[in-house]
Design a protein around this ligand. Structure first.
Ligand code: FES
Length: 321
């Protein structure tokens, strides 16, 4: 396997449509070697181009961490997205070679938890599919609550081993509405941890209910998969690179900088990991902080900026990047 700038090549070995909007992709090493190990909750960034621009999108690894002969990712098609999911759905074929980053894990299970309560919405089930392989051989009790639009959108349930389904409850919203987070989160044993992954509305509602029910922050884990990165255009001067970057509506600053050959460190590309945190040298105007990394005090101070998701309404913005 040949590593290149923290990435390596894989070949698309199989593609399957599992719901009207989700395709899974099986990725293998070009020489048939095992792929790097990973733990449940890990993601990789898939780097794919459509001839005009390059997309770098994070996807959870949904296969078993105990079997690295291949990776599997699930890609939800977003008709209003920037084009990354459309490229994966409509251009990528079996046999294509893709670059991906090494797996990173920002959403692991807490090994000291007395119980794991997993709450997923839509394609937010993906990190839990790998967790379930670990939970299948562990003794810690767990339960999974999975909200989907309808039974037709529940195809990834097929990736849950039959003997684990008794721990899982599916909530097609056209039949049952949204899961009742209050009842799920009440009466759980002391020492339980809750993990939430899904669209913003569901994630915010479940987190708010956990806080209302008195769950300690350290026992509430979450991952957002549809963080918005587009918006009004803005311009930035990157002092360390000595370059002006104009950020168009369909790109984040991170992407616009990359398009100009400027490399800013990243891990999640979704405002959660802190890797891209950048010092604000000067700001005349408003910063639109969209990350979930900075503290409320940091946001108010406007001295830090997360180029992967945040934007600006500034007449002048200088960052130390
Ligand atoms: S890359 Fe993770 S917060 Fe920006």
């Amino acid at each position: 396997m040949r590593a290149k700038h923290g990435t390596f090549a894989v070949v698309v070995d199989a593609i399957e449509s599992v719901t009207p909007l989700i395709k899974t992709f099986r990725l293998v090493d070009p020489d048939g070697e095992p792929l790097p190990g990973f733990s449940g909750g890990s993601h990789v960034i898939v780097i794919v181009g459509d001839g005009e621009r390059v997309y770098r999108n994070p996807y959870s690894l949904i296969g078993s961490p105990f079997d690295t002969r291949s990776y599997e990712i699930a890609v939800g098609f977003d008709a209003n997205g920037r084009g990354g999911s459309a490229t994966m759905h409509h251009r990528v074929k079996v046999g294509d070679r893709l670059e991906i980053t090494y797996p990173a894990n920002q959403f692991p299970l807490d090994r000291l938890a007395k119980k794991h309560v997993l709450i997923a919405g839509g394609v937010g089930i993906t990190p839990f599919l790998a967790h379930l392989h670990e939970l299948a051989v562990a003794t810690t009790p767990f339960e999974l609550h999975y909200g989907v639009r309808s039974q037709a959108h529940a195809g990834l349930v097929g990736r849950i081993a039959p003997d684990l389904r008794k721990h899982s409850r599916i909530y097609p919203s056209d039949e049952l509405g949204r899961p009742d987070f209050a009842s799920i989160l009440s009466g759980q044993p002391v020492g339980a941890h809750v993990y939430i992954c899904g669209p913003r509305g569901m994630l915010d509602a479940a987190r708010a209910e956990a806080e209302r029910a008195g769950w300690p922050d350290s026992h509430i884990h979450f991952e957002l998969f549809d963080q918005q990165t587009t918006g009004q255009p803005f311009s930035v001067f990157l002092a360390a690179s000595d370059m002006q970057v104009d950020v168009p509506p369909e790109m984040s600053l991170l992407e616009a900088a990359e398009a100009k050959g400027i490399s800013i460190p990243y891990l999640c590309r979704g405002g959660a990991c802190g890797y891209c945190e950048t010092e604000v040298i000067a700001c005349e105007g408003e910063l639109i902080h969209r990350d979930i990394w900075l503290s409320a005090a940091d946001r108010q101070a406007n001295k830090k900026f997360m180029p992967c998701v945040s934007r600006a309404l500034c007449s002048k913005l200088i960052l130390n990047a």
